[in-house]
Structures are given as C-alpha cells and as structure tokens.
Design a protein around this ligand. Structure first.
Ligand code: ATP
Ligand code: MG
Length: 298
C-alpha cells in the first residue's frame, strides 16, 4: 500500500492512501461452544468492504457485530468460509487490519506520544520517520500539547483521538472501529464524528465502522450493512449516496438522508423485535426508542 503526502487546509501534513485495499467475508460462519452445544453467532455472512470506502455496520445489540470485527481483524478464525484481504486469506491479527474498541486500549503507564509509538516499537519499526510521523499525527489530532500527558490526564474525546493516532501510525490497510464513540457524552460524540469524518475523507482508507446509532452511521458511511438478529448475516445493504465533504447539520436533515433512515429503521425494527421475542432484553430499548419515535412522527 502506498500513500501520497499532501498539505491539509490547515497546513498539516496528511497522508492519502493511493491504492486502498478491499476486504471480503465470503460465506463466513462462526460457532461458539463445542460439539452439540455449538451455536452459530455468525452464519453464512458475506460482504465486501470496498476499496477506500467507509462501510458502517449496524444491528441489534448482541447480534454478533463484535465477533465480525474480531474475524476481520484476525483475532478469531471462521468455522467455515473465508476472510480475504485483497484476495489473500487472513489468518491472524496484523497491523494491516487494526481494531479500535469501544473501550480505550491506551496503556495507562505510557504518555500519549509513547502510546502512539507503541505499535512501531513492537514491530521494531521505530525510527526517525515513524517518530516524525507520530509528532505529525499528534498535531493532526490536536494533541501536540498533550504529548507528554498520561491517558488518565486526557478527556474521553482526547483519548479517542489518541487511539486514532495510535492506529494511523501503523498505516493499516483496513481500519475496523467497533463502537469507538460509545460512552462519550453527546456533545463530544458529535465532535468526534465530525472529526473522524474529516480524517477519513482526507485519508481515504478502507474502513469498517460498527455502531448502533443510525444517525452516526448515515453521517459517516458510504454504505450501510444492516445486520440480522443473532446469528449475524447481512440483511440489507444501503448505499449512502450523500455528497462529501459532509456537514452534520446539513447532511442529516436532507431528504435523501431521511429516506435512508426510514429504510434502515424499518429493517432494524423488525430485527430488534425478533431479537426481543428471542429473549434479548437489550433489544427492548431499541424497540421502545423506535416506537416512541414513530409516535412523534405520526
Ligand atoms: N468467545 C465467545 N464464546 C461464546 N460466546 C460468545 C463469545 N463471544 C461472543 N459470544 C456470544 O456471541 C453473541 C454476540 O456477541 P457480540 O459481542 O459479537 O455481539 P455485538 O453485536 O457486538 O453486541 P453489542 O451490541 O452488545 O456490542 C453474544 O450472545 C455473546 O454472548
Ligand atoms: Mg459489540
């Protein structure tokens, strides 16, 4: 994979991927448990993360999204089927496919800068170039002044930005983000969405963004994968054909965004009802939220 370096509007140095990768799940089934007790969490699931596109995955709570993130990142192996990165089977974790979790994974005993340099150090790739790149990324994510602070001294939003820098320094071919903004307060969450959207637009890196928030998914994505209730499969693919660069206030009130949202809600509501009927209590929140929403829009 190669990158081309440009200057952003604010003068910051930005690296744009010139030949982004694509990743495919082909007929993937994942069983947990042994023998007759084995149950499928993912079943015959196929989709493609298109080159240079941001694909958002959305589905009922507990439907198997994180399991898919682990399969893409190579932490889990499929029981059946294949995960292919540019046509090659993925068999283990690698800095080529980086996963950002909903919980911070920053090392509390390392400074922000040391956390960003952690990946290159582990790969014995720490050199003048990566050190310079770490400084640039810290500048890019607005953390230059916090380079020597420890994670606990950073706010929630700053920690997520440090995580983004920590992932980007490894130049991953695919970025996998599993509900990265869950748990942030509403205001910080919106700021992080805008921030991440800009970062994605300038980098053009193939990405999978997992979320349970439809507005977040539509604002960020080029395509939505709507998942079934457990076991997970793609139930519907919706193209988010909204222009970029996106401004949250403008984009989400557009007619097209509303159409996409209705379409997504209908499918999700059905899946959440199935999940609730199947005993998943967490789905009740979603069913209730959707019902309340319908009452206010009817
Ligand atoms: N290692 C494992 N062994 C057995 N069962 C597992 C394992 N990992 C996950 N599961 C089960 O698989 C199901 C799906 O879990 P997963 O975390 O993938 O869902 P999710 O969609 O990410 O949920 P959430 O919305 O809560 O993040 C759950 O019922 C979970 O208990
Ligand atoms: Mg999850």
């Amino acid at each position: 994979m190669s990158t081309q370096v440009d200057r952003g509007t604010d003068g910051a140095r930005i690296a744009r991927v010139t030949d982004p990768s694509s990743l495919e799940l082909r007929g993937v089934t994942k069983l947990f448990g042994e023998g007759p007790l084995a149950t499928p969490v993912v079943q015959d699931c196929s989709f493609t993360l298109e080159s240079g596109k941001l694909t958002a995955m959305i589905g009922p709570s507990g439907c198997g999204k994180s399991t898919i993130a682990f399969l893409v990142a190579g932490f889990e192996r499929p029981t059946r089927g294949e995960v292919l990165l540019d046509g090659q089977a993925v068999s283990q974790p690698s800095h080529e496919r980086l996963l950002i979790f909903q919980e911070t994974a920053l090392m509390p005993w390392l400074t922000t800068y040391e956390n960003v340099m952690f990946g290159p150090k582990m790969r014995r790739a720490a050199n003048k170039d990566t050190k310079r790149r770490a400084e640039e990324l810290l500048e890019r994510v607005g953390l230059r002044e916090f380079r020597d602070k420890y994670p606990l001294q950073l706010s929630g939003g700053m920690q997520r930005r440090a995580e983004l820098a920590r992932a980007l320094i490894n130049d991953p071919k695919v970025m996998v983000l599993d509900e990265p903004f869950r748990g942030l307060d509403a205001m910080t969450r919106v700021l992080m969405q805008e921030y991440y959207s800009a970062l994605f637009e300038e980098g053009g890196r193939t990405s999978l963004f997992i979320t349970t928030d439809i507005d977040e998914a539509i604002f960020l994505a080029d395509r939505l994968l709507i998942m079934t209730n457990l076991p997970a499969r793609v139930r519907e693919v919706i193209d988010v054909d909204l222009p970029r660069p996106r401004d949250k206030e403008e984009v989400l009130v557009s007619e097209r965004a509303n159409e996409i949202k209705e379409q997504a809600f209908d499918v999700l509501h059905e899946e959440a009802l199935k999940s609730f009927a199947g005993g998943n209590k967490a789905a009740a929140d979603f069913v209730e939220a959707y019902t309340r929403r319908q009452e206010t829009t009817d």
